[in-house]
Design a protein around this ligand. Structure first.
Ligand code: ZN
Length: 457
């Protein structure tokens, strides 16, 4: 994979429009932006690895959702995604589609800093910066644009499709950056976050850039962070009397989000990090919990169990679920059932707890109980691919072929395996009786075929 081909997806839109200027009439209506964003998000799902962890995604959605709620009625809904990528980046696609990298979540120090980044991206979308930036040029029609975007996000093709001259024009204009800072700071203040967090985070990024050109986070490529911009943002905070807002501590929620985001990149670094943390702060319940979770993820189940028990006695919340998972993997399903039953009783909307509870019931031969637990898991978080997969297998075994293919199709879709998803949905369509589920399958098939068509263009 080359460096250039991994550039932010937003870059693709801007660059494509620059490269193909003058071909088609401009498009600026809200429904067009929304349609572009929707199609882009669907097709990008096959090209970029998305984090499907309810802890991580839920956190970003909650903070982003609070900011959007303060904007009042909007022409389109906002959607937030987390990309599994250790580099620091965030970008927005017209129509309300906002993406952050898991590496950015590892770097934010508190909710306010993430709110600052999201507020800035929401401001770009809300102010239609990308479209306004292209006003001098002309947009492609959407089929062409989406097709080029899809080829852009597919690394090998993307590198070839993008000329070097186009990649230098990916960044937002300076005045749009300043406008997004100003509007973003207002939005986050209105949503009850400290706008100071935005400046804190940008200063942190600017200091990283000073380590050398190779160390610059990709975020700085699309959102150039000049000394002038930082000074202006500081002035905005000062004149609005926002700069004095106290810096918040890292919440225990953010610590778990960071842990989950970190685990997306593997367990080796995390293991080293949390072992050191536990050695430094032996009585810190969250560090102990994190070490237990990392051990569990890396397959050291007995060590995980011991560490998680210690975390529980130090007072870490929500440890039953992890201890239950450890017992399940240590092949002690009775103990696992006891703990996971308690976990789902305390937190019925915890999709992962419901999923693990389903696994243990299945292990104990209770297929119907397992099925109910998986259904509660996907009701709480529909994007849990493993739960969709297990439901598909259970339905298939129980003779409910249509439903089974539908769940398997969704599992493939969530994993970005679109050709396999298409095959499962085709089988589901053939088996399902007319009704709501069949309509949903037909809709997904239409979108998959549309994505395939623009890919082959
Ligand atoms: Zn920006």
């Amino acid at each position: 994979m080359t460096g250039r081909s991994r550039q932010p997806l937003l870059a693709g839109i801007a660059a494509v429009a620059f490269a193909w200027q003058g071909l088609c009439p401009p498009a600026g209506a809200a429904e067009s932006e929304s349609d572009l964003g929707r199609r882009f998000a669907f097709e990008a799902g096959a090209e970029i690895p998305l984090v499907r962890d309810p802890v991580v995604v839920g956190y970003v959605e909650r903070i982003g959702g609070r900011i959007v709620a303060g904007l009042g009625a909007q022409p389109f809904d906002y959607h937030f995604f987390v990309i599994r990528d250790a580099r620091v980046n965030a970008f927005a696609v017209p129509g309300g589609y906002v993406y952050v990298h898991s590496g950015l979540l590892a770097l934010v120090a508190n909710d306010d800093e993430l709110a600052g980044v999201l507020g800035h991206e929401i401001a770009h979308v809300h102010a239609h910066h990308l479209l306004r930036q292209q006003e001098a040029t002309k947009w492609l029609n959407y089929a062409q644009l989406i097709g080029l975007l899809a080829s852009f996000v597919q690394p090998a093709v993307g590198a070839a499709a993008m000329g070097a001259s186009a990649t230098v024009q990916l960044k937002y204009k300076r005045e749009y950056e300043q406008e997004a800072d100003y509007l973003g700071a207002r939005y986050v203040q209105a949503a009850g976050f400290a706008p100071r967090g935005m400046l804190d985070f940008f200063q942190k990024l600017a200091s990283q850039e000073r380590y050398g050109p190779g160390a610059a986070p990709p975020y700085l490529l699309t959102h150039p962070l000049t000394e002038e911009r930082l000074t202006r943002l500081e002035a905005v905070l000062h004149t609005s009397q926002w700069e004095a807002s106290p810096r918040r501590q890292v919440s225990s929620e953010l610590r778990r989000v960071r842990l989950a985001a970190q685990l997306q990149g593997g367990t080796l670094d995390a293991l080293d990090h949390y072992q050191k943390q536990v050695a430094l702060f032996p009585n810190d319940a969250e560090s102990r919990y994190a070490l237990g979770a990392v051990l569990l993820e890396s397959g050291s189940y007995a060590a995980a169990l011991e560490t998680l028990e210690q975390a529980r006695s130090l007072g870490a919340p929500g440890v039953d679920r992890e201890i239950g998972r450890a017992y399940l993997r240590l092949r002690q399903p009775d103990k696992a059932r006891e703990l996971l039953a308690r976990a789902v009783e305390i937190a019925p909307a915890d999709a992962v707890a419901q999923f693990e509870y389903g696994r243990v019931l299945e292990e104990l031969g209770d297929s119907e109980g397992a099925r109910s637990a998986y259904e509660r898991a996907v009701a709480a978080y529909a994007d849990l691919a493993d739960a969709q997969w297990q439901l598909g297998l259970l339905d298939g075994r129980a003779g409910r072929a249509g439903e089974g293919y539908c769940h398997l199709g969704k599992a493939y879709l969530l994993r970005g395996e679109y050709p396999q998803a298409l095959r499962q949905f085709e089988k589901a369509e053939a088996q399902l009786p007319a009704g709501e589920q069949k309509t949903e399958v037909k809709d997904l098939l239409a979108r998959l075929r549309e994505a395939r068509a623009s890919r082959s263009r």
